[in-house]
Write a protein that binds this ligand. Structure first.
Ligand code: SIN
Ligand code: FE2
Length: 206
């Protein structure tokens, strides 16, 4: 069964935003689950296809993780250390069941770690094979200025501050919307040891 639609707090260029979806307790236990993922699959910094090192550290859970180098962007079934990715935590899958609005299960939970000064340029999530499937994004820790445009790079953009426990769904007509993180407010949250922000994006890859 697909869970009944629960109204988002706001919608930004078609991207639904549920503010404060996770209680502080739920955020803390999810952060602990993700710390275990990071222990099994240590975060690393990738290089874009243009040869620039990304400021965000990444790792993943599930069947696939995301990878980037001079050859381009793709999903890979192993961590660079050669091991399989750890399973997606149950706490994270529960949010998918509540808000993704699809019968399919995610096969990748990408973990993005924003330390002080990290950001993510405008991009589309388009390395998956079925764009009828949503991308669900869960934020933990510091506030982030999230920007979303249209499906063309030059389309006008809007931005909103996203906080810990907020969940976004990038789906439907907005599935291929350009989006990114301009900056974070480092130190605005004390949820994560060492500070900063973690963003989880859940995707159906195959
Ligand atoms: C992403 O687009 O992969 C990350 C978005 C975010 O950090 O909120
Ligand atoms: Fe993205």
């Amino acid at each position: 069964m697909i869970a009944p639609e629960l109204s988002p707090t706001l919608t930004l260029n078609g991207v639904h935003v549920w503010k404060g979806w996770l209680t502080p307790d739920a955020q803390a236990s999810m952060a602990a689950d993700i710390a275990q993922v990071a222990e099994a699959a240590p975060p690393f910094r990738l290089t874009t296809r243009w040869g620039r090192q990304m400021s965000v550290e990444m790792t993943a859970a599930g069947r696939y993780g995301w990878f980037s180098d001079r050859r381009g962007y793709r999903y890979v079934d192993r961590h660079p250390q050669g091991t399989e990715w750890p399973p997606i935590p149950a706490s994270v899958l529960a949010v998918w069941r509540e808000l993704a609005g699809t019968e399919r299960q995610p096969d990748c939970c990408l973990v993005n770690r924003y330390r002080e000064g990290a950001r993510m340029g405008l991009h589309q999530d388009r390395d998956e094979s079925d764009f009828t499937q949503p991308v669900l994004s869960i934020s933990l820790g510091d506030d982030a200025l999230f920007r979303v445009g249209g499906t063309e790079r030059g389309d006008p953009t809007r931005s909103v501050w996203i906080g810990s426990g907020d969940v976004l769904r990038i789906a439907g007509a907005a599935r291929l919307a350009f989006h990114g993180v301009d900056r974070t407010r480092f130190g605005s949250s004390s949820l994560l040891p060492g500070g900063g922000r973690i963003n989880l994006t859940l995707r159906v890859v195959d």
